[in-house]
Write a protein that binds this ligand. Structure first.
Ligand code: ADP
Ligand code: MG
Length: 256
């Protein structure tokens, strides 16, 4: 995960990601309304909110998968030109994303799935990528599945490979959108534990989850979204013990 060739002049007190007055609409329907927040390096931001509040849309905006109608997104001190596909194509290597549905290429082996981005997009040497892949696979205890196809893996194994595939790009920020939501209960834990390990190693992450115990453990900061508006943003322990708004309190009660 170390990113040793990085020689940027960014200083550590500057946020890794800054979102300012972000607006996103589908037609007349404004889904994100003036959303502003920062994420510092090493921080884990948990994004909570009822279904339809705009969590997935926000995550997608942060990976350039949505055009936005207003506001600014800053990454590593640089403003990302609005809706610039060229910029986002470059940044997608640095901002890893894992979704709810397994998005592994079904016709490629686990190894090929992992190597594709680093070798084809980042054009890194095959041997170096192979070495990193072996370490990552060992880390998630899936070495023996290297030459398997996604269909030969359980849901939990597929999601761990999806995480490994994103990590193989050496991202500086990881976005997770309900990555355990379609897993059988017995497989949820192995994926959550992997994310907890990443957090411990100071990976910067934005996490959308319905797993409240996990959210409590992993969150440095919780942001509570409703109808596209940030209603609360506070340290994790404070949010879970003493939410400021009735909305958030009701939400927590409904999840208990
Ligand atoms: P969440 O992830 O919090 O459940 P979403 O970001 O998926 O919420 O959705 C927020 C709102 O945006 C919902 O009202 C949803 O219906 C709407 N929405 C999401 N994606 C689209 C789309 N592609 N086209 C139109 N409306 C959408
Ligand atoms: Mg969603």
């Amino acid at each position: 995960m170390a990113d040793s060739e990085e020689v940027s002049v960014s200083n550590d007190s500057e946020p890794l990601l800054s979102v300012r007055h972000l607006r996103k609409s589908y037609g007349d329907h404004e889904v994100l309304k003036d959303v502003s927040f920062d994420v510092k390096r090493g921080q884990v931001l948990v994004l909570l909110g009822p279904s339809g509040s705009g969590k997935s849309t926000l995550i997608r905006c942060l990976n350039g998968l949505e055009t936005i109608q207003g506001g600014e997104i800053w990454f590593k001190g640089q403003k990302i030109a609005n809706n610039s596909e060229k910029t986002w194509r470059k940044l997608r290597a640095e901002i890893g994303m894992v979704f709810q549905s397994y998005d592994l290429f079904p016709n490629l082996t686990v190894a090929k799935n992992i190597e594709l981005g680093p070798t084809k997009v980042q054009k890194r040497p095959k041997a170096e990528v192979a070495k990193q892949m072996d370490q990552l696979l060992a880390d998630v205890q899936l070495t023996e599945y290297k030459n398997s196809y996604p269909r030969e893996l359980s849901g939990g194994q597929k999601q761990r490979i999806a995480v490994v595939r994103a990590l193989a790009m050496n991202p500086e920020l990881m976005l997770f959108d309900e990555v355990t939501a379609s897993l059988d209960p017995e497989m949820v834990r192995e994926v959550l534990e992997l994310m907890l390990r990443l957090a411990k190693r100071h990976m910067t992450m934005i996490v959308v989850t319905h797993e409240m115990e996990f959210a409590r453990r992993v969150a440095d900061t919780v942001m509570f979204l409703e109808n596209g508006v940030i209603l609360e943003r506070q340290p994790g322990d404070e949010f879970f013990t003493n939410p400021k708004t009735d909305r958030a309190r009701n939400f927590l009660e409904s999840m208990a």
